[in-house]
Design a protein around this ligand. Structure first.
Ligand code: MF3
Ligand code: CO
Ligand code: CO
Length: 266
């Protein structure tokens, strides 16, 4: 399937879905505390989506190419979990870092966004990883405009991560999104400038770098979903859904609680 250039009507609906996904993160933020289980966070988000927003949690029973269906409504990736952590009955503890990844479907359209959360007080090195990963996402976003190439996005993310001494996960990437959860193109978070697909107004895709404190290599757990760092080093991720506009970009997954754009020193 080719890349979908969204119509004005698609874009309107993607704005709504994007905002709703971000609002689930706003809603759940005060609950992310030591002692809460990720299953409790999942239930709260599920009920908020279904009963308050009238959205469908896209992860629930999601089974790309016939794999094990995903059993929960959100992804909760703690510490050395890179992505797709499955909510369970283990309480979060002080010092953990956790990514909450929310994808909603509203009126047939998907909004996909994730943020990092600190559980109580966390170490300086964990904080630095989360901050640099946030900057990586933003450096990627700022490359988005018609005529730019996907390699420009990947390259700026990779350079910023590696300059900080970190590594970029290569096996998972950003993706086109719309009526389908995962569409073309694949948005790699590494690469060479001036290479890859040329961006055009009306494309919508996610930028969602996964950055490891140690080596980039990963391992998949037996549950068929949870992805962890092979060296058990910490991993962080942030995600926005982005529209390519005539002049640049529009972030579709914003809400009142979206953290501000970082201030770059270089
Ligand atoms: N939200 C993830 C992404 O950013 C995908 C999660 S698939 C799931 O692409 F089934 F684990 F939810
Ligand atoms: Co995504
Ligand atoms: Co996501």
């Amino acid at each position: 399937m080719a890349i979908v250039i969204k119509t004005q009507e698609d874009i309107e609906k993607m704005r709504i879905a994007g905002r709703l996904a971000a609002e689930v993160l706003d809603y759940i933020t005060p609950f992310v505390k030591p002692g809460v289980t990720t299953e409790e966070l999942d239930k709260l988000c599920h009920d908020y989506m279904v009963n308050v927003q009238g959205t469908i949690p896209a992860p629930l029973n999601y089974a790309p190419d016939g794999g094990t269906p995903y059993p929960k409504s959100i992804c909760t990736s703690i510490n050395h979990v890179i992505c797709h952590g499955i909510p369970d009955n283990k309480p979060l503890k002080k010092g953990d870092i956790v990514n909450l990844d929310i994808t909603v479907i509203k009126d047939g359209y998907h909004g996909d966004t994730s943020r990092m959360f600190y559980v109580g007080e966390v170490s300086d090195f964990a904080r630095r990883l989360c901050k640099v990963t946030y900057e990586c996402m933003w450096k990627g976003i700022e490359k988005v405009k018609p005529g730019a190439r996907l390699g420009d996005i990947g390259n700026v993310i990779q350079r910023h991560a590696e300059a900080a001494g970190y590594s970029v996960v290569q096996e998972f990437c950003g993706h086109g999104i719309g009526k389908k959860f995962h569409e073309e193109p694949q948005v790699l978070h590494y690469g060479q400038p001036g290479t890859g697909l040329e961006l055009k107004a009306g494309m919508i895709f996610t930028i969602e770098p996964m950055i490891n404190q140690g080596k980039r290599h990963l391992r998949m757990l037996a549950d068929g979903w949870t992805v962890v760092t092979k060296d058990r080093s910490l991993s962080a991720q942030w995600e926005h859904t982005i529209l390519v506009t005539e002049t640049g970009y529009e972030i579709l997954t914003t809400s009142d609680g979206t953290p501000p754009k970082p201030v770059f020193k270089h």
